[in-house]
Write a protein that binds this ligand. Structure first.
Ligand SMILES: *Cc1c(COP(=O)(O)O)cnc(C)c1O
Length: 370
C-alpha cells in the first residue's frame, strides 16, 4: 500500500522545485487584481511601461545599485542571454567556470565561431572552481548558484584590466546577499528564487559592461536583432522590450520584489534562505543515511540544497512517495544522475515548511522497507 504521510507532518505548501518554483498565493491574488486593467493591454502603453519601470526600480533597490549601473531586460530567459552575450558582450574570449549544467551551457554558447575558443575550467560535480587571470580573456563567467548541483560561488571581480566579470544569478538573485559592484553583469531569469514565471532575462549592468555592449554593437560584427544587447539597452531605458514581453511574468516579479523589499531586502532574504537550507544540511549531517552532496560547507548553496542518500535508500522512490503526498519536485537534476533529493530553499518557501518537509522525509524513510 502507498505510504500516506500524516497531514500534520505535511508542509502547508508542497512546492520545493528549483524552477519554475513556488509562486506565493499573494502574488496570484495581486495578479488577479489587475486581470482586466493590465493583462491583455498594450505593452507600448503606460500601464505596462510603468510596470517595467517599477520592476527596474525595485531591482535597482534590491541590489543597491551603484551610480551608473543599469537594469536591462529582454525576452528569452537566461538561455537567450547566453547567446546575446556571445554576440554582444564577449569581445574575443571568455573564461567559463563550469561546476554543473548551467555553467556548461554558457561555455557552449561562448564557443561561437567568431570568438576564440573559451577557456573552460571544469570542476567535479559538487565542487566549485575559481577564475584565474589569463591574457586575452575579456569575460570571466560563472554562476552565483549552480542550480544543478547546489554549489554557490562568491561574486568577486576578477582583477584583470578591461575584462568583465559576468555572473549567472538565475537561481541566486534575491536569495543570496552580495556586492553588485563586484560584478559587471549580474543576470538572471525570474522563475527561481524570485518566484515569478519564465520567459524573460534581467541584468544589472555596470558602466564598463554598457560601454562594451556599445562598442561591439558599433563594430562590424553581425548581431541578430533579437539577441542584440545594444537593442536591450536602448529599449530598457524606455521601459520596453524589442518584442512583446510576458506580462504575468513581469507582474509576479514586481509583487515578489515589493514583498522582499518591504521585509528587509537582500539581507532579510539571505537570512531566510540560510535558515531554511541550514535545516536541511544539519539534518543530513546528523542522519545515518543522508549527507550533504557538496562536501565543502563553504560551497553549499543557501538556495538549493542537494542531499545524497546511501545505498540503503532509494531517493527516487522517496521523491515519488513525497510527490504522491503533494510534496513535488524534490527529484535531483536529471543529468546529475545521483541517489539524491534536490530541494529549493528559495525566499518564497517558509522555513517552517522546510521543517515539515524534513519530518515528512523522515516519516517516509521510517515507513519504507529495506
Ligand atoms: C534555470 C537556470 C538557467 C536557465 O534559465 P532559462 O530562463 O530557462 O533559460 C540558467 N542558469 C541557471 C543558473 C539556472 O538555474
Amino acid at each position: 500500500m502507498a505510504i500516506e504521510i500524516p497531514r500534520e507532518l505535511l508542509p502547508v505548501d508542497g512546492r520545493f522545485g528549483c524552477g519554475p518554483s513556488k509562486v506565493r498565493p499573494a502574488q496570484i491574488e495581486a495578479l488577479a487584481s489587475v486581470g482586466s486593467s493590465l493583462l491583455g493591454t498594450s505593452h507600448r502603453q503606460a500601464p505596462v511601461k510603468n510596470l517595467v519601470g517599477s520592476v527596474r526600480e525595485r531591482l535597482a533597490a534590491l541590489f543597491r545599485l551603484p551610480a551608473g549601473y543599469e537594469i536591462l531586460l529582454g525576452n528569452g530567459g537566461s538561455t537567450a542571454f547566453w547567446d546575446a552575450a556571445a554576440f554582444g558582450l564577449i569581445e574575443n574570449r571568455a573564461q567559463n567556470l563550469v561546476f554543473g549544467e548551467f555553467g556548461g551551457k554558457f561555455a557552449k554558447a561562448a564557443a561561437a565561431p567568431w570568438l576564440e575558443a573559451p577557456d573552460v575550467r571544469k570542476a567535479e560535480p559538487g565542487r566549485s572552481t575559481r577564475a584565474e587571470v589569463v591574457d586575452g580573456v575579456d569575460v570571466y563567467a560563472w554562476p552565483h548558484n549552480e542550480t544543478s548541483t547546489g554549489v554557490a560561488a562568491a561574486v568577486r571581480r576578477v582583477p584583470s584590466d578591461g575584462a568583465l566579470t559576468v555572473i549567472d544569478a538565475t537561481s541566486a538573485a534575491g536569495g543570496i546577499d552580495f556586492d553588485v559592484a563586484e560584478a559587471d553583469v549580474y543576470y538572471f531569469a525570474p522563475q527561481k528564487n524570485l518566484g515569478s514565471d519564465g520567459g524573460l532575462w534581467f541584468a544589472a549592468a555596470s558602466p564598463a559592461a554598457i560601454e562594451r555592449i556599445e562598442r561591439i554593437a558599433a563594430s562590424d560584427r553581425y548581431i541578430p536583432e533579437f539577441l542584440s544587447l545594444k537593442n536591450a539597452v536602448d529599449n530598457s531605458r524606455q521601459n520596453q522590450t524589442l518584442n512583446t514581453p510576458a506580462l504575468t511574468t513581469l507582474h509576479l516579479l514586481d509583487s515578489q520584489l515589493e514583498w522582499i523589499l518591504a521585509a528587509g531586502g537582500l539581507e532579510w532574504a539571505a537570512a531566510r534562505t540560510t535558515e531554511s537550507s541550514r535545516l536541511l544540511y544539519e539534518w543530513a549531517e546528523a542522519s545515518e543515511v543522508a549527507t550533504p552532496f557538496v562536501p565543502d560547507a563553504a560551497d553549499r548553496s543557501p538556495v538549493v540544497a542537494t542531499i545524497d542518500f546511501d545505498d540503503s535508500v532509494d531517493a527516487a522512490a522517496v521523491a515519488k512517495v513525497l510527490r504522491a503526498n503533494g510534496i513535488v519536485d524534490t527529484e535531483p537534476y536529471r543529468k546529475l544522475g545521483r541517489n539524491q533529493l534536490r530541494i529549493a530553499t528559495f525566499v518564497s518557501i517558509e522555513p517552517d515548511d522546510v521543517r515539515r518537509l524534513i519530518r515528512s522525509i523522515e516519516y517516509v524513510l521510517e515507513h519504507t522497507a529495506g
